[in-house]
Design a protein around this ligand. Structure first.
Ligand code: SF4
Length: 473
């Protein structure tokens, strides 16, 4: 019998195999996790992952509208998929295989029908809150042969299967949407207003992940520290303490350490309460790291961004956090060239970065996003070359601070959760400290998922290198 891997798509032999899916994901961790949910639903429907779109029966493009020219990139991708569909439909081998192409995520929510009007190769569009409708949408399209669009608000945290890509670290959704309306951001329009998952379901999922061998969990939400239990009104600091307590009880009952660390993303400075800072200090399973986007160091720009805090209040929070959580790692997001940003405003951002001394940061040039308040309220008046120069200067400043902070690790001992082989060498593994610093060290795949004690030997711009000094556990 022929090896099925050599058979072209559409042959009778291939039709007997399990259907396959391929997902292209753009954007943040929320989107990465949404793709894991789509993969879980498809797995429950009997689909297996394909190695590429040409092998797949269903192709999903899970979109993000945050980055510049996101829609142009989407339609380029869809153009390539249209060519692929045409090629496969015109195949000389047997009955043509039909690929269904679906668009999901933020642009799907925002543009809905317009996507199908612009690119007829798209068979269906599913919005950010209708993930679980995938089986009926696929059945609908297959039955009717017509395109289908579902952008309804059907948030249901419990009905979505999840097929996680990572076997050490897992994402857990605790809320959907955002109420903040930062003027540069489209998220409240694409993901809707905040909806919260009950604490009991969050605790159950984390317990289950521990039993399945996961060692780290990241609680996900656009504005995670505004989470509140929909029934008991428990708030986010108490949720962290409840998770910490539950992990300690699980360890005592199961005799295995299970989930060692809990991270959370993303926090808004206006919702960083003293109680949350205290909870981070008190709960030893909560990672000593906070991603706290500041965006700008200029109070005038922060006000125009609708951020509801000042540079001064932010610096006070950082000081309180560093006092309550010694060794805490801090990262941030920064935008340069927001409308009206002067040299003085930009200098205030540089000054804030120098004062905070971030361990890592993400920085972007402002570019107008359709349908955001900033587009209607302000002119995009900072010239492109000034945005570029400011970004380069900001990144140079941030990188030299980051490198100096990495250098300060040399000679110190720390605990590292090994999560993968190193990207640079097959003889090294890579992991993270509780403070989210990347540590590389000699080792093999047997260490993945283990906590190791490491002495730091040297540093680079974005990571440090160490040696294991104790038995993995
Ligand atoms: S907090 Fe602001 S930047 Fe973050 S998702 Fe909400 S609106 Fe967007």
């Amino acid at each position: 019998m022929s090896d099925p891997s050599f058979l072209p798509p559409g042959t009778a032999f291939e039709e007997e195999r399990a259907p396959r899916y391929w997902i292209k994901t753009y954007g943040c961790q929320m989107n990465v996790h949404d793709s894991e949910k789509y993969a879980g639903i498809l797995a429950e429907m009997g689909y297996q992952p394909a190695n590429g779109p040409d092998e797949a029966d269903v192709v999903l493009v899970n979109t993000c509208s945050v980055r510049e020219r996101a829609e142009d990139k989407l339609f380029s991708e869809l153009g390539r998929l249209r060519i692929l569909k045409d090629q496969i439909a015109g195949s000389a081998y047997g009955k043509p295989k039909e690929i269904l192409v679906g668009v999901t995520g933020c642009i799907a929510q925002q543009r809905g029908n317009e996507i199908i009007e612009r690119q007829p190769a798209v068979d269906f569009v599913i919005g950010t809150r209708a993930i679980q409708t995938l089986p009926e949408v696929i059945a609908d399209v297959r039955r009717s042969g017509d395109p289908c669009v579902n952008t309804q608000d059907l948030v249901d945290f419990e009905s979505q299967g999840v097929r996680r890509a990572d076997q050490v670290r897992a994402f857990v959704t605790i809320m959907e949407g955002c109420n903040n309306y930062c003027s540069f951001c489209i998220v409240p329009a694409t993901r809707g207003l905040e909806v919260y998952r009950p604490a009991a379901a969050i605790l159950d999922e984390i317990r289950g992940l521990g039993l399945r061998g996961y060692r780290e969990v990241t609680l996900l939400g656009q504005n995670v520290n505004s989470w509140i239990d929909p029934d008991s009104r428990m708030e986010f600091p108490e949720l962290l303490l409840a998770i910490d307590g539950s992990l300690h009880r699980a360890e005592a009952e199961d005799g295995q350490s299970g989930v060692e660390r809990v991270r959370f993303l993303t926090s808004h400075p206006k919702d960083l309460s003293p109680r949350l800072i205290d909870a981070m200090g008190a709960a030893d399973r909560v990672a000593k790291h906070l991603h706290l986007p500041v965006q700008s160091g200029s109070n005038r720009i922060l006000s125009n961004m609708n951020r509801h805090y000042t540079a001064e209040s932010y610096l006070e929070q950082v000081a309180a956090l560093r006092q309550a959580v010694p060794g805490v790692g801090l990262s941030t997001d920064l935008i340069v060239g927001f409308p009206g940003e002067t040299d003085k405003d930009f200098e205030a951002t540089l000054e804030l970065v120098r004062q905070v001394e971030y361990d890592s940061f993400y920085s972007f040039e402002y570019s107008p996003r359709p349908d955001t308040a900033a587009v209607t309220q302000y002119e995009d008046d900072v010239p492109a070359e000034i945005k570029r120069t400011r970004l380069i200067e900001l990144q140079r400043t941030g990188r030299s601070i980051q490198e100096a902070r990495n250098a300060a690790w040399v000679g110190h001992e720390t605990k590292v959760l090994v999560d993968s082989l190193s990207k640079r060498s097959d003889e090294d593994v890579s992991g993270r400290t509780s403070s989210n610093h990347i540590v590389n060290m000699a080792g093999d795949t047997g260490l993945i998922g283990k906590l190791v004690d490491v002495r730091v030997l040297s540093h680079a711009a974005h990571s440090v290198y160490g040696e294991i000094i104790g038995l993995p556990h």
